[in-house]
Design a protein around this ligand. Structure first.
Ligand code: THU
Length: 132
């Protein structure tokens, strides 16, 4: 068992519950807080297409609803063999609760994972510190 096996399992289970009838592109995400609590989410689409919510955003909502406020690492699992990266909007939402050293794991079904520092994915981010 590697350090992110639990996040992979959570993302896989959440992906299985995704509501993606329009894109047929189910996504699962799972994140861990610095204290070790883990949360997951899936994409939730809508007949009014622009209202769909990404898996990362769902996982962040679960984290906030549980009273947590920081992301130490987050894993994203799309369908099939390709690794998918968070969309631009989700990068901004992650930035609200992450730092440059937060780990972003892009996973694929067979277990392959590419890991990036969040600072590589959204450098020079606008965030809470920008308003300080
Ligand atoms: N999607 C996610 O949930 N996360 C990503 O990182 C990329 C895209 C969703 C949005 C939409 O429901 C479907 O995947 C196709 O874009």
């Amino acid at each position: 068992m590697t350090a992110i096996d639990d996040l992979f399992a959570l993302a896989l289970a959440a992906r299985g519950r995704a509501y993606a009838p329009y894109s047929r592109f189910p996504v699962g995400a799972a994140l861990r807080t610095p204290g070790g609590a883990a949360f997951s989410g899936c994409n939730v689409e809508n007949a009014a297409y622009p209202l769909g919510v990404c898996a990362e955003t769902s996982a962040i909502s679960a984290m906030i609803a549980a009273g947590e406020r920081a992301i130490a690492e987050i894993l994203v699992l799309g369908p099939g063999a390709q690794k998918i990266a968070p969309c631009g909007a989700c990068r901004q939402r992650i930035a609200e609760f992450a730092g440059d050293k937060t780990l972003v794991h892009l996973a694929e079904e067979a277990g392959g994972v590419s890991t990036f520092a969040f600072g590589e994915m959204l450098p020079h981010a606008f965030g809470p510190q920008s308003l300080a």
